[in-house]
Write a protein that binds this ligand. Structure first.
Ligand SMILES: Nc1ncnc2c1ncn2[C@@H]1O[C@H](COP(=O)(O)OP(=O)(O)OP(=O)(O)O)[C@@H](O)[C@H]1O
Length: 369
């Protein structure tokens, strides 16, 4: 199978000696929407710039449609990049900005105009085609940058935090537009962001990075439900993590001894007895029981032994949502929320003792390091 984009053991060491990207492997199919997600400084932009050709590659191989591009000039690569600040030319009209890439390539005016017109109309920019870009709003400038990136008909569009400069409402609207556009055009998008919600909402797969390394590459839902590493478990969603040691496997579940009791979950990877592990439980998987409602033994049977004592430290209702702050026996606090029908006011008074339980299929056991 020929991928649109392949990164084989890509590494980047800057002149300062900083290893910014380490052993990055990724294969992207045509039409996929990939997001690079991670905290500031983890190497997202460096990787994107290496794909675009604006940054040299220190080690590894990079291929587009099976052709090695390591040493290819940016202009010769079948990629287009959209920068966070859009990098538009303020003194040029919208039309000229959009057509700039084609002009540089030396395309004849008639052909160029036809392509630019089509792109202006596709992105709803016809009405402002003759305006200078410095007079326009953030959303309009974003769309012009997008038009300029797409008009050259790249195989891969690279986007560096393209929505970062927009306010929250506009950001949401343009997110939807971007997703629709990507689906319609069928172009591969590689998108850099440090906004978790954006990566999870837009992409087919998310590459989570940490300190230059890839932690996990998965579809968004799987990052929530099956984190591979402690970093991902802490970074994505709202998980509670219990550390412990593997006791063994029973009925296909991995049994883990922890300071708060013996817990069961689905293993992610091979788990030998005694191995140091984390049991990761998403907040959505937690069920809250009053002590009086059912006996502990019954709850424990239902939840494969996954039950721990806890105390309600706060209960608030905002709109239709109940927010429950719970204190664990080890002193940690966890926040849970659900519709008021599920946690009705008065059932979990502050200071009351409760039981937390969860289905072992929803807990993931991962190596502790
Ligand atoms: N031109 C450079 N010279 C030396 N070091 C650099 C250079 N550019 C980036 N770095 C370093 O490389 C590492 C990765 O930086 P990079 O900009 O790729 O991260 P990022 O994940 O995109 O961060 P952000 O979200 O803040 O843009 C950081 O430690 C950064 O300080």
């Amino acid at each position: 199978m020929i991928y649109d984009l392949e990164l084989y053991r890509i590494g980047k060491v800057y002149d300062s000696g900083t290893p910014a990207v380490i052993d990055f492997n990724l294969s992207v199919s045509k039409g996929e929407f990939i997001a690079f997600l991670g905290p500031s400084g983890c190497g997202k932009t460096t990787t994107l710039r290496m794909i675009a050709g604006f940054e040299s590659i220190s080690s590894g191989d990079m291929m587009v449609k099976g052709v090695r591009i390591n040493d290819m000039r940016p202009a010769d690569r079948p990629t287009s990049m959209i920068f966070q600040n859009y990098a538009l030319f303020p003194h040029m009209t919208v039309r000229r900005n959009v057509g700039y890439g084609l002009e540089v390539k030396g395309m004849a005016k008639a052909e160029r105009d036809a392509k630019v017109d089509r792109m202006l109309s596709k992105l709803g920019l016809d009405d402002i085609a003759e305006k200078k870009t410095d007079r326009l709003s953030g959303g309009q400038r974003q769309r012009i940058a997008l038009a300029r990136g797409l008009v050259v008909e790249p195989d891969i569009l690279l986007l560096d935090e393209p929505l970062g400069a927009l306010d929250a409402n506009l950001r949401k609207a343009i997110q939807n537009e971007l997703k629709l556009l990507q689906r319609t055009l069928g172009i591969t998008f590689v998108f850099v962001t440090h906004a978790q919600s954006e990566a999870l909402a837009l992409s087919d797969r998310v590459v989570v990075m940490n300190q230059g390394r890839v932690e996990q590459i998965s579809p968004p839902h799987q990052l929530y439900t099956r984190p591979n590493t402690p970093f991902v478990a802490r970074f994505i969603g709202r998980n509670t993590i219990f550390t412990g040691a593997v006791r063994g496997i029973e009925d296909g579940r991995t049994i883990v001894d922890t300071p708060l009791g013996t817990l069961a979950g689905s293993a992610n990877g091979d788990m030998s007895p005694g191995a140091a592990v984390n049991v990761v439980i998403p907040a959505e998987a937690m069920e809250v029981h009053t002590l009086s409602s059912v006996t502990r033994a019954a709850i424990s049977r239902q939840s494969g032994g996954n039950v721990i004592d806890a105390k309600v430290s706060r209960f608030d209702v905002v709109g239709h949502i109940s927010h429950l702050s719970v204190e664990l026996p080890d002193g940690r606090a966890i926040a849970l929320e659900a519709h008021i029908d599920k946690y009705p006011p008065g059932v979990f008074p502050e200071g009351s003792d409760i039981l937390l339980a969860w289905n072992p299929g929803q807990a993931t056991v991962i190596p502790a390091t």
